[in-house]
Design a protein around this ligand. Structure first.
Ligand code: FPP
Length: 226
């Protein structure tokens, strides 16, 4: 059994978590951000090499402006508090997704974090913010054409994803019991194992990483073989 190298998480259920407590949705996102920190540190400490977090999709711009502003503000704040932990853990941070629509303060923090952590040797934390798999595929095709490729194979496209040095995910998991991928890592997920967990995202902590590693280790990956 191959080790779990790249774990990718769809963090879902913040809104429902808040609703169940008669709190505003933004309270669910705040708790969700705390869960993201716990899960990130646990993944790093358990030896996972790449962790991708689906933080904000290309479709999430459809939400009310107040909620979007609150989420973007939360990413910025959480970044400030997380950065010292990230350095201590030797984690390398990279952004995945579109850059052109992100608020400038967040974009500059992401760039600064990427620069500051670029030589770190521990886990790579890939933050998908304004990310959509369909959108990424379109960008791959554009880049491949611009680079003068005449024949475009699947592997050609893979070499033009936003972060080509990051291997495809081994295990994609979604919280909150919803059973779909919502375009997450659309091009890179062809042979990923998939897992759906009922727990709402704000209730996630270190123990979920242990459960995920245990579940992954029971999978029998054949990649089309027998
Ligand atoms: C999904 O819940 C969550 C989001 C759309 C984005 C917000 C994510 C976080 C705040 C956690 C990540 C934080 C950091 C710092 C990396 P939902 O609102 O879709 O929930 P619902 O389906 O119950 O409405």
């Amino acid at each position: 059994m191959d080790r779990l190298m790249h774990l990718a998480l769809i963090m879902d259920g913040n809104g429902r978590w808040a609703q169940m407590r008669s709190l505003p949705r933004t309270a669910g996102h705040s708790e969700g951000a705390k869960a993201a920190v716990k899960v990130t540190l646990a993944a790093s400490r358990r030896g996972i090499r790449y962790l991708t977090l689906f933080c904000f999709s290309t479709e999430n711009w459809k939400r009310p402006k107040m909620e979007i502003d609150s989420i973007m503000g939360l990413f910025s704040e959480e970044f400030d508090t997380m950065l010292s932990e990230i350095m201590k853990e030797d984690i390398k941070v990279v952004h995945l997704g579109r850059r052109d629509r992100l608020p400038y303060p967040l974009l500059s923090k992401l760039d600064k974090a990427a620069e500051m952590t670029k030589d770190n040797k521990g886990m790579t934390l890939q933050l998908a913010i304004d990310y959509g798999g369909e959108d990424e595929i379109e960008r791959c095709v554009r880049r491949a054409i611009q680079a003068g490729n005449k024949e475009i194979s699947y592997n050609t496209l893979l070499s033009y994803v936003d972060n080509p040095a990051i291997p495809s995910p081994d295990y994609i998991c979604r919280s909150s019991g919803e059973k779909r991928l919502s375009g997450f890592l659309l091009l890179q997920s062809s042979y990923a194992e998939i897992g759906f967990y009922d727990k709402l995202w704000p209730d996630w902590n270190e123990s979920m990483i242990d459960a995920i590693i245990e579940d992954f280790n029971k999978r029998n990956r054949r990649f089309g073989g027998i």
